[in-house]
Design a binder for this molecule. Structure first.
Ligand SMILES: [Zn+2]
Length: 409
């Protein structure tokens, strides 16, 4: 069925299920799943599964990794993924919240609570958008997977490494539901988390000449890292790459000793033309600046950090904390089709823009090369902030858009 033909029936179904969708979102917000402070997503994944089962999806299951999927079968081979992560960040300073982060409430058309914006709202909208497709006799083009992804807040795309690499599904396209202000997003900068280990030689601080002090080398390296910001690439759509030293650790037996080692942590935001290799190259350049001053006694290594926390099902997988830049070209079919669905379904002006933050698109598109696009209720600035909120009407309208995307893509 064409989108124009199906839209009235989708809207009617969503309007009839509006209250269930809102209550489902409230249930999701009430379940803690802050992976940044050590929660897992078992309870929230099971709650999503229960809703999918109740809505009559053709299939609903938790994969071996622990992600949850609901499937609506399509006419052709291949599948489209509607993707939301089901974890959140921690609530941060509780004193800044006007109410309990896990007791959602609605005031002036906005729902407040942890994860309302980032991004349980999109999970609720996707589950109900897929629910509309499962209930109506509309036969989407491809199989539609509504996927609740784990651990995004601690390593975005890590779970996608499993979904794309281990599940036997021919992915045609991915729709990421992160906050887009109901606009279409076609890319974002990448990032890389790095460490530089500077080896020294420890000795008693009363006779520092007996040792090699890595802190002095670190000071040269840090100075050079700051200067690197003047030399990063710039891109007219995605913006400029940036580099920041974010932490320093010292390996020392006491404050009366020359340390045995120093570690500098670096957060590198990558634009088009930059990648893990260029990031390593620049840091080598920073180390060379220290060598120029101190000579060959500077002993340093550069490494990309890794992530390997087991999931709630006990699955173990290691990913590099390298999240490549991605950008779908303006003329790509997926950009055009997503725009057309949003434009047809919503009675408002839709723009095509970029995200400022990073999403799991870094894996689906940046690593796996699956065409990826963004559309989500809520606003970027509400994510990771106290009194997080979402416009309830946008959550409902996003169900219509996700149903349309599932049908068309
Ligand atoms: Zn998010």
């Amino acid at each position: 069925m064409s989108l124009a033909d199906a839209t009235p029936a989708i809207r009617e179904w969503v309007a009839d299920h509006r209250q269930e969708c809102i209550e489902f979102l409230e249930d999701l917000v009430a379940i803690p799943s802050a992976t940044t402070v050590g929660d897992d997503e078992e309870a929230v994944a099971k709650r999503v599964l229960e809703e999918m089962e109740g809505l009559g999806y053709d299939d609903a299951f938790v994969d071996e990794f622990g992600n949850v999927h609901g499937v609506v079968e399509g006419r052709e081979d291949g599948a489209v993924m509607l993707n939301s992560h089901i974890d959140t960040v921690g609530h941060g300073d509780i004193g800044q919240w006007e109410s309990d982060p896990h007791t959602p409430y609605i005031e002036d058309g906005q729902m407040y609570g942890l994860g309302t914006a980032d991004m349980k709202c999109a999970m609720a909208s996707m589950v109900y958008g897929g629910g509309a497709l499962a209930s109506l006799d509309v036969a989407p083009k491809h199989d539609v997977y509504v996927t609740g992804e784990l651990m995004e807040e601690v390593s975005e795309g890590h779970a996608m490494k499993y979904v794309v690499g281990e599940m036997d599904v021919d992915w045609q396209a991915v729709v990421i539901g992160e906050a887009s202000e109901m606009d279409v997003k076609r890319g974002h900068r990448g990032r890389c988390e790095l460490r530089i280990d500077l080896e020294g030689s420890s000795c008693h601080a009363s006779a520092p000449e007996r040792g090699v002090n890595p802190l002095y080398h670190a000071s040269n390296v840090l100075e050079r890292i700051e200067e690197l910001n003047e030399e990063t690439e710039d891109h007219d759509f995605l913006g400029k790459g940036t580099v920041a030293a974010t932490n320093v650790e010292v390996d020392t037996p006491s404050n009366n000793a020359v340390p045995a080692g120093a570690t500098i942590y670096v957060d590198r935001r990558l634009t088009i033309g930059e990648n893990e290799e260029t990031a390593h190259g620049e840091l080598q350049d920073a180390i060379d600046a220290a060598v120029a001053e101190y000579g060959e006694e500077v002993d340093a290594t550069i490494e990309t950090l890794t992530f390997d926390r087991p999931t709630w099902t006990g699955y173990e997988l290691e990913s590099k904390k390298y999240y490549p830049t991605w950008l779908l070209e303006e003329g790509h079919d997926l950009v055009r089709d997503t725009y057309q669905v949003a434009d047809t379904v919503l009675d408002r002006e839709v723009e095509v823009r970029k995200w400022t933050f990073s999403t799991s698109g870094n894996y689906t598109m940046g690593v796996a090369g699956i065409p990826t696009i963004g559309f989500g209720p809520s606003r970027e600035e509400w994510a990771h902030a106290a009194n997080e909120r979402v416009d309830v009407e946008d959550v409902v309208r996003a169900c219509d858009v996700y149903a349309g995307l599932g049908l068309e893509l």
